[in-house]
Design a protein around this ligand. Sequence first.
Ligand code: BJ8
Length: 423
Amino acid sequence: AMDYRPMWRDLGLNLDNHDALLSVLGKLYGDTFLTQPNRPAGTAYLDFVMSEVHGLRIQELVEGKKRGRKVVGTYCTFVPEELVLAVDAVMVGLCAGADFATEAVERYLPRNLCALIKSTFGFKLGGVCPYLESSDLVVGENTCDGKKKAWEVFRGIVPNLHVMDLPQMKHGEGRALLKAEYLRFMETLERLTGNRVTVESLAKAIDVVNAKRQAVHRLSALRAADPAPISGLDSLLVNQIFFYEDPVRFTAQINALCEELEARVRTGAGVAGKGAPRILVSGCPMAVPNWKIPALVETSGAVIVAEESCVGERGTRNLVPRTGATVEEMVDHLVDRYLRIDCAIYTPNPDRLAHVKEMARAYRVDGVLLYGLQFCTPYAVEALGIEQVLEGEGIPALRIETDYSQEDVGQLKTRIQAFIERI
Ligand code: BJ8
């Protein structure tokens, strides 16, 4: 194997911490993914990407940087990748799915903040994320109170931070704010790269990102089959890789995987037996390596067939029309598309409930697992109402609140198993 240590050192990683993270990650991946029964052969691509997650992909970014190609790191699905690609930069999602450097984090942030935000700080303070250290620009967004306030502190340790304001309501003024913020972001990108967004470069970028979304739509549609041709764990991984893999390669590989899955559906082959309980997971995003809940569900005899999540269908549905005579008209299309993301920070947010119900039907689910991170107010409040509506319509629902620790695994397993028996 390649020795990436010089590259990691040059990026400023803390090599001891980083070794520790990689060994935990490698073991967790092996235990969680490689033990699954009946995996499609095309998942070898996912294994490869994960095995090189801090290796080959970082090397590509570093080589691109030597040729002047900037890297933009992001934390939210509201950041339009189209604009980043239109200035010939690369966008990477900065995962925050594991606790790290907790003591150091708690010198900056209160304990009772969601694990996702604390993890964001932990990866920085621990010096373990080569994506963050490769980023020429980091984008934070004003979503929930936790994130919004955390950026004020984060700026002290990540000075190249661009904070994007987001509306809380989607009426006319909310839309105007999002558009103004996208135009301001575009200027920042143009300044960073020295490249202009043009009608041609933006049209090309829109095509690349639409194609990537269409590949995951194709995958999602195949999961409606019974038996499901691919596990929820592997599908979640596809949605996680979506954020940092090269978009064109990702699209080609996921389409190839879909071809294999189409053959599986034709012959009735699947990962679990026909009639296995089918679960929709809905709620907070699950970043790498947060595989805790799907692993518990799928080792309990059920199969996850869809995710109503920003690392899932909430983040990837809806394409952007590539028409428009001017850059501004095209930015309008972007704003319209992104404004439809039904994140729980919006008020009111009726679209999300409608989407959960629509997904429950489309993927023929037997039950919905409402997943929330502890201390996440927006998703916790919505979960109660959604649970009541679903149960009222005869769709069983289970609310789960957890964090990134393994302490509650036994208790969660008991509750998840009881739920699977009930549905
Ligand atoms: S568009 S879901 S990616 S904000 S879990 S940090 S809400 S306290 S992540 Fe999100 Fe963008 Fe919305 Fe999607 Fe706050 Fe909750 Fe933590 Fe959260």
